[in-house]
Design a protein around this ligand. Sequence first.
Ligand SMILES: Nc1ncnc2c1ncn2[C@@H]1O[C@H](COP(=O)(O)OP(=O)(O)OP(=O)(O)O)[C@@H](O)[C@H]1O
Ligand SMILES: O=C(O)[C@H](O)COP(=O)(O)O
Length: 397
Amino acid sequence: MIRTLDDLDASGTAVGVRVDINSPLTDDGQLADDARLRAHVDTLSELTERNARVAVLAHQGRPAGDEFMPLSAHARRLDELLDAPVEYIDATFCKAARDRIEALENGSVLVLENTRFYSEENMSFDPASAAETHLVDRLSMVLDVFVNDAFAAAHRSQPSIVGFAERLPSFGGRVMERELEALGEIRERPSPRVYVLGGAKVDDSIEIAETVLQSGIADTVLTTGVVGNAFLHASGVSLGAETASVVTSRARDRLDLAADLLERYPERIQTPVDVAVERDGERVEHSIESLPVEQPALDVGQETIDAYTEVFEAAGTVVLNGPAGVFEDERFAVGTTELYSGATDAGFSIVGGGDTAAALRQLGLSGFDHVSTGGGAALALLTGEQLPAVTALDSKT
Ligand SMILES: Nc1ncnc2c1ncn2[C@@H]1O[C@H](COP(=O)(O)OP(=O)(O)OP(=O)(O)O)[C@@H](O)[C@H]1O
Ligand SMILES: O=C(O)[C@H](O)COP(=O)(O)O
C-alpha cells in the first residue's frame, strides 16, 4: 500500500507533484483536449488549500515528435482550472527554477518546464540510479516532499517518476490512488471478465490477449477493429486484399500467435461474424461467409454488435480498449458507439486507452464505472504487471 495525501502534513511544505498532462495539441501548440489537466485538479487544489507550495513536474510528447512542446499552454489552462495562482517557468531544475520554488508563497503553484527537455528523463533507470540524476538531485535540494499523481506515466522508469521516492518522503496523489483502486484489483472484479480488444495496435493486443487468457484475468476476449480483422485473417478467413493489407501492415510478427491463441482458446476468443465496408458512399454490411470483398472492412457489423452485447449482459466486468471501427467517420462509428454503450450494462465497466478516451468524448459516450487517464499504464495494470512508479512509492512506505 502506498502512502496518500491523507498521510501528508502539507502545510508550509514545498511539494513536488509529478502529473501526467501529456495532451493532444493543435497545430499551433495549443491544447486540443484538457481532460488530463482536469483529472489532476483534485490533487493540486487539495495541496494548495492545505497551504503547500506546489512545484508541478510533467512531460509533453517525446523528443523529435510533433507534440514535444513547452508547458506554457498547460500552465495557462491550469491557472484557469485552479483557484490558486499558477505561474510558469521555462526551466526545470537550474538555479532559476530552484529560486522560484523557494520564493513560492504558501497555497500557490509553479509549473516547471517539460521534464523531457533533459536527456536523462528520456532514459530508464532503477530508482537508486534515478535518484542520482541531475533533475532529482537538484530539485530535492528545494523540495520537502514528493507526490506522484502521474498514473498515465507510471509504467515508465524515468527519473521524475521513480527517483524522488529515494530522496524525499513520497506519496501517491488522488489520481494515482483512484486509478490503482479501480484497475489494480482486476482479479477481484466480478467474473465473467470480458476484454474487448479493438483499435489498430494489433501486435500489442494479440500479446495482451495471450496474457489475460493465460493468466485467467479474462474469461473471454472479444475482438473488434483492426485487431478483429487480424484474428479473422489469422483464422484463415479470406477478407479481401485491402483488409488483409491493413492487417499485415499493422501486425508485424504476431499473426502466428493469434492463430495459436484461436486454437488454444476456441471457446474464449470471439471474432466478428460480419463487417461493414463502404460502397458508393454508403455503409454496407457483409457476413464473414460472403467475404472476400474488394473494399476494406472499416467496422464490425450489426450481428457482431448483437452477439457481443449479449456477452456483456452476462458479464461481471467488461474492459474495453481501442475503437471497434474507423469511428472518425460517422458511418463507421456504429460499432464503437453501440459496443461502448452496451458495455455499461455489465456489472463493472472499465475503459482504458488515450485514443479511446478521446473517441468516447467525440461520440458523447459515458456511464462507465471507470475511464482511465492511462493508455499503456492502464493496460500494463490490467494485464497484471507491477508499475515502476508504484514499486518506487511502495518500497518507501
Ligand atoms: N477496421 C479498421 N480499419 C482501419 N482502422 C481502424 C479500424 N478500426 C479502428 N481503426 C482505427 O484505430 C485507431 C485507434 O487505434 P489505437 O490502437 O491507437 O486506439 P487506442 O488503443 O485507444 O489507443 P492508445 O493505446 O494509444 O490509447 C483509430 O484511429 C481508428 O480509426
Ligand atoms: O500518454 C501516455 O501514455 C503517457 O503520457 C506516457 O507517454 P509516453 O508513452 O511517451 O511515455
